[in-house]
Design a protein around this ligand. Sequence first.
Ligand code: PFF
Length: 457
Amino acid sequence: MAHARGHFTSRFGFLMAAAGSAIGLGNIWGFPTQAASNGGGAFVLAYFILAFLLAYPALMAELIIGRHSNANIVTALSTLSDRPLLRRVGGMVGYYGVLVVSLILSFYAIVAGWILAKFAAPLMQLLGFEAGAGWLAQSGLVRDLSACFVFSLMTVWIVARGVSQGIEAWSTRLMPTLAILLLALIVYVLNQPGAAEGLRVYLLPDFSRVLDPSLLLSAMGQAFFSLSLGVGTMLVYGSYLGRALSERDRQDKLPHIGATLTLLDTSFAFVAGLLIIPAMYVAQAQGIAIYGAAGELLAGPGLVLQVLPSLFDNMGNAGVWLAMTFFALMTIAALTSSISMLEAPVSVVTEKSGAPRTRVTMMIGGIIFLISAIIVMNFAALFDGVVSFTTEFSQPLLGLALCLFAGWVWHRDKKIQALAAQQGIERQGIFWRIWPFYVRIICPLLILVTFMQSLRV
Ligand code: PFF
């Protein structure tokens, strides 16, 4: 039996859900340290320019394909053209995207589990459960598996409730909370000794560093990961926009919505830097090491799981609250991203099989948790490999395929052009004059360059 497709009830709801997908661990523990170690303000500027010149057109490719096909990534890509070969290739690209996003979720949920445990530890301490707090604070097989399981359960629970009641409702609650927590932490941290040095390192531009091409390429990779591109999450979110947009106004506001989303994501990354980098220098002022063996600023797990927790430990009672607030912030950022990842395979399977959403969500969530468990149990052998296969190798390749589909297949399709005209889509604006060329030629070429680069590393 076919079920009615879910949809977002308002443009704001869509924006919160899509911003929730984009704003995640990539913004908080990826961007700030990259910026601080690669030319500070100059990197920030380069990142903004790349995000708008390259990631934004690719984001539009996904949103437009989704919005106009009204379907999941597999159905959307396999019905864009009438040519059998293109339909088959489209379907294969779609399934590859589903595989990749499921694997991204499998490692993301492990990291999110660590963070959830770090949030629960100070909470237990406050409640007087010292032993439980100690167990949660220390990494170990059982703790990591249990925390990953609880996080996966939260993701499944939200997605099972559907697009408007689950994804939209929770994103509209969680995203403003995220912004408030971030601002509160920034105000606190900027008033601590050492913070000013962090601000200087983060913001003072060193233009000599940004001219390094490999740096620009890694900034582009970061922009693609941060905007959740290539794997069909933005495509399926775009497909749930239909009603929220066309009932309100006849003009297509998609280019504007996409630009707002890019701005939200990049600004959040920038503002997260105002917390993370000063916090690292506050830690340094208290004698905590913030540079690795090779003299590089600690990033990733070293930063989030060592430097910041040591800083909180040093701060006594205030530190317990700070730790809880910081890890609540990270958990929320991870959760709104992971629900968008789970929605991609769930939308494919529910729409293809007609099976009930709850059952499909539990089944797919279960399979992805099993993959996470296999990775946790073979961490050294698998973790890094899965991260680079998905984010460095597959995401650019899929981004490239989606640009080609939007630029060459969709744009040429007469039927869809007629439909667009019927819906009164505004094609005269500057966006529609530039974007088709961009997405056909420039984006694919530049993505290809990044891809080659990632193969060489
Ligand atoms: N954009 C998320 C982040 O910056 O953490 C990560 C992500 C979410 C990647 C959703 C891919 C995806 F489909």
